[in-house]
Design a binder for this molecule. Structure first.
Ligand SMILES: CC(C)(COP(=O)(O)OP(=O)(O)OC[C@H]1O[C@@H](n2cnc3c(N)ncnc32)[C@H](O)[C@@H]1OP(=O)(O)O)[C@@H](O)C(=O)NCCC(=O)NCCS
Length: 194
């Protein structure tokens, strides 16, 4: 499905999706140890930088096996990693995958994730030729739901008590986006950016 040796670097106006390296461990720790960011995540906040090093090793390993594409979202101005976005649960036979994303809380409300996910989705439907993308969101995670709906994802299902994280039970909303939805909306998206 993807035979290049490295995770590609993808640029847009303010941000760059790039491979995460050892120099990004502190940024990863800062993002994934923040209880606000991890409120609706599928695991509890990282406790120390060792856990962030392990996260980075898992990201590298997942890419080597081509089961996980997780980019750092770096600001082009200073190359600082402010979040990550991910394609995983890839099913090549059915040409589908799931997306995940997180942004450091101090960077919320500036459209960075929307910019990042636009690049990610273009890559998935363009370069990888996927047919369908999915996202699994906590029904209480309003900002995540907002971004998915703005990108054209449709609400397709509600799964009860799908997650048990840190002693709490969470439901899931399943959102889906088809390549045809995305390509059909191209003109509307371009008009919004102008
Ligand atoms: C989900 C998450 C990434 C959304 O972050 P966000 O900053 O709200 O998302 P966006 O990048 O799309 O920014 C949109 C907001 O920026 C505003 N904005 C400001 N400048 C903008 C610009 N140049 N372009 C677009 N939007 C802009 C928009 O108006 C919008 O604000 P609103 O939500 O008040 O209407 C963030 O809340 C997060 O990381 N949460 C924790 C992790 C998580 O739950 N991930 C999802 C798991 S399913």
């Amino acid at each position: 499905m993807f035979d290049s040796e490295n995770l590609p670097t993808i640029n847009s106006g303010r941000i760059c999706l790039r491979r995460l390296t050892a120099g990004d461990v502190d940024s990863l720790f800062s993002i994934f140890s923040d209880p606000e960011v991890m409120r609706y995540w599928s695991s509890t906040p990282l406790e120390d930088t060792k856990a962030a090093e392990k996260l980075l090793a898992d990201i590298d390993d997942g890419f080597q096996k081509r089961v996980l594409f997780q980019w750092g979202i770096a600001r082009r101005a200073d190359d600082c990693v402010i979040g990550t976005c991910t394609l995983y649960h890839i099913d090549t036979d059915n040409r589908r995958g799931e997306i995940g994303y997180a942004l450091g809380s101090e960077h919320w409300g500036r459209g960075y994730m929307r910019e990042a996910l636009t690049l990610l989705i273009d890559f998935c439907f363009g370069r990888l030729k996927l047919h369908r993308l999915e996202a699994d969101v906590d029904p209480k995670n309003n900002s995540s739901i907002k971004i998915l709906e703005r990108l054209g994802f449709r609400k397709e299902g509600f799964l009860r008590e799908r997650w048990l994280v840190g002693g709490e039970v969470h439901d899931s909303l399943i959102y889906g986006l088809l390549a045809s939805d995305w390509l059909g909306n191209l003109e509307a998206r371009q008009n919004e950016i102008r």
